[in-house]
Ligand binder design. Structure first.
Ligand code: ADP
Length: 430
């Protein structure tokens, strides 16, 4: 497969950017025509409500549209020559064969966010989707072939032995780049395994997003944004609001309002009309979330207003937990469940220092109406993406990625194409 991808890449790179763009556009249109089937497949294998699955297919497809356009914009640079009688240029070339390893929480979008820029840049790509959600990736690849993507340019490897496949992909000298979305633990393993062959890396890893609400914020905006940033995909997203850090004077009010919103959400089978929150990915994930809540309650935190508990082991009812302290796992770990821990603060400095008290730095959110405070807080937030008075931060046109232990590189936007391009410098005596 790696040999085929190597062979496929050289002929793919020889096509003009416009040809690659047209094929990507055909793929985009086929996905649009098959959106009902793709959404149904996604919900069936991942569990999220059908409306969210559909929104994910639209989002996934927006990366194909975006990078189809970007294919023609891999501009280089002509540099004023520092030498007499010379012409100096920096041109961009595809990095070569790419291997992508993707997670189960967005089985469509995490595939297209890597495949579209790779193909736009002239790379071939081998994707290993999560063994928990391989079907959406396979369905997408079939549509890509129908659109004219050669099979040796985009291939899927399905395996329940991720470790073995990861080892092959990271050590084979024929692969030039690894693009990974998943946990920081596995990101570190892939980085170490890629070191001997010095591969390019794009890593989109775990987060622990703070969501600060200052007392001068519009509480309604903060609550509605919290709903979006917390409960989408049952909280199983790497940019989920993980810790609600709320000024003490409004902390109880905020917790009660968010709990009322949580209570109004319907838990159920993602295929049923009116379902807002589906199951977590498996029983082990649900047990982990339940144990984090239990541990916090044991150490003095309290559940604000309990939603009807679920009696199905894979489901966790959305809850708000008050009086969460920085030692609790609900504060230190990425929850990946519909739980909203609230921690009160007394000063701007304390809010920012609580927000930054994590080795992760993917997304962060804060809410305030004070322009001075907004400017100061933007500067101090240690994360790759900051939502200011909003909980919506993802779009194909916007750079997505983190700092600290949340990863390397950016996906989406013009920067997303650069991840798949190498700069070649030309110095020509004239
Ligand atoms: P999550 O906790 O969200 O499942 P993981 O980092 O465990 O995140 O998984 C993300 C992706 O990485 C999945 O496709 C998974 O199969 C794969 N994976 C897990 N462990 C390894 C490994 N040791 N080497 C390569 N890939 C791995």
């Amino acid at each position: 497969m790696i040999g085929a991808a190597y062979h496929g890449q050289s002929s793919w790179a020889k096509r003009t950017a416009e040809e690659r763009c047209r094929i990507l556009m055909r793929w985009h249109d086929l996905i649009n025509h098959n959106i009902d089937n793709l959404s149904a497949t996604l919900t069936a294998e991942q569990g999220k409500p059908l409306a969210e699955a559909r929104a994910e297919i639209v989002y996934a497809n927006s990366f194909i549209l975006w990078f189809a356009g970007e294919a023609s914009r891999a501009y280089g640079l002509t540099i004023p020559s520092p030498f007499p009688d010379a012409r100096v240029q920096a041109v961009k070339e595809p990095v070569g064969v790419v291997a992508a390893i993707t997670p189960w929480n967005f089985p469509a979008a995490m595939v297209t966010r890597k495949v579209a820029p790779a193909m736009a840049a002239g790379c071939s790509i081998i994707v290993k989707p999560s063994d928990l959600t391989p079907l959406t990736a396979i369905a997408l690849s079939k549509l890509a072939y129908k659109a004219g993507v050669p099979q040796d340019v985009f291939s899927i490897v399905v395996s329940d032995n991720a470790e073995a496949v990861g080892k092959i992909l990271t050590t084979d000298p024929g692969i030039s780049k690894i693009s990974f979305t998943g946990s920081s633990r596995v990101g570190g393993i892939l980085m170490a395994q890629s070191a001997p062959t010095i591969k390019r890396l794009s890593l989109e890893l775990g987060g622990n997003a703070p969501f600060i609400v200052f007392s001068d914020a519009c509480i309604e905006t903060a609550i509605q944004s919290a709903k979006v940033a917390k409960f989408r995909n049952a909280g199983q997203t790497c940019v989920s609001a993980n810790r609600f850090i709320v000024e003490r004077s409004i902390a109880s009010l905020f917790a009660e309002r968010l709990a009322a919103e949580a209570k109004s959400l319907h838990l159920g089978d993602g295929r049923d009309h009116g379902c807002d929150i589906g199951p977590l990915i498996n029983v082990a994930a649900a047990n982990r979330v339940r144990s984090m809540i239990a541990e916090a309650v044991k150490c003095g935190a309290s559940i604000v207003e309990d939603s009807a508990p679920s009696h199905v082991p894979q489901f966790v009812a959305p809850v708000v937990v008050e009086n969460v302290t920085p030692e609790m796992r609900l504060f230190t770990e990425e929850i990946f469940g519909p739980v909203s821990p609230v921690t009160a603060f007394d000063s701007e400095e304390e809010a920012v220092s609580l927000a930054n008290a994590t080795p992760f730095g993917l997304a962060g959110y804060f809410f305030s109406s004070d322009q001075g405070r907004i400017a100061r807080t933007i500067k101090k937030m240690q994360c790759g993406m900051v939502g200011i008075n909003t909980g919506t931060i993802s779009n194909a046109a916007i750079p997505f990625g983190g700092c600290k232990q949340s990863g390397l590189g950016r996906e989406g936007s013009a920067y997303g194409l650069d991840e798949y391009l190498e700069i070649k410098t030309l110095i020509e005596a004239i």
